[in-house]
Design a protein around this ligand. Structure first.
Ligand code: SF4
Length: 230
């Protein structure tokens, strides 16, 4: 497997761990507010292969205790379970970020106990889901399947929504809440603009709106928190 990026240390990407973040290329979504678009449009070239990543990790034993996989969409790679197994065999915990569109691979990863933490995006309410992913249409069955898988798994996990002023309104959080009702944990992440975001015209919601949305979501998921709001 080709690795498209590596952040050598993070205290933020993997809760409770001193981790590195591994970026994998490719994604089946085209979210217009994506922070890592160069990973999905083919602009970013691979920086190392799997063996080089493992060599890096062997040298970091004792300094890092976790590896966070993000993208792009890591679950596009059928050999991800094998790599997760090799990383865990070195003694590192593993975290997976996913858009939730690959429940079969997620099921395998969970069944084999290959991850310690999963963060799954829940992009928007059903009617707005496809547009929020930058697609003309989207079958939400795989998303709903991944939500159910995580809720019934023994793995630690979170659902999360990147909240964009132009894409989300209060009623969306009623519907998202119904999709993930009873989940262990839910985060509303405030969108931040960056040079790498492919489209212009998106803004961070006001703090008051974020607080209101979280209040709505809390009716469905008691442990709902905000990220990116002071
Ligand atoms: S799912 Fe994630 S990586 Fe893929 S386009 Fe959307 S924000 Fe970017």
């Amino acid at each position: 497997m080709k690795i498209h990026g590596l952040q050598k240390m993070t205290l933020l990407d993997f809760p409770g761990r001193v981790a590195c973040t591994v970026f994998l290329g490719g994604c089946d979504f085209r979210c217009p507010f994506c922070h890592n678009y160069e990973l999905i449009d083919g602009t970013a070239q691979p920086i190392m292969d799997e063996d080089e990543l493992l060599a890096f990790l062997r040298k970091r034993t004792g300094l890092l205790d976790g590896v966070a996989f993000t993208g792009g969409e890591p679950c596009l790679h059928a050999d991800l379970p094998e790599l997760l197994g090799r990383i865990r065999a070195l003694g590192f915990a593993a975290k997976l970020d996913t858009n939730g569109f690959h429940p079969d691979l997620l099921r395998q990863i969970l069944a084999e106990g290959l991850v310690d933490y999963v963060a799954m995006d829940v992009k928007n309410s059903p009617a707005k889901y496809a547009a929020t992913c930058g697609l003309p249409s989207l079958d939400l069955t795989p998303i709903r399947e991944s939500i159910a898988l995580l809720k019934s798994s023994g793995a630690d996990y979170e659902f999360r929504t990147t909240v964009v002023a132009e894409l989300h309104q209060a009623e969306d959080f009623e519907e998202i809440g119904q999709m993930i009702r009873g989940a262990r944990r839910y985060f509303l992440q405030r969108f931040t603009d960056r040079d790498s975001v492919p489209f212009e015209g998106f803004h961070a919601p006001a703090k008051e709106d974020m607080l209101r949305y979280a209040e709505i979501a809390r009716r469905y998921v008691a442990d709902t928190s905000l990220r990116g709001v002071d």
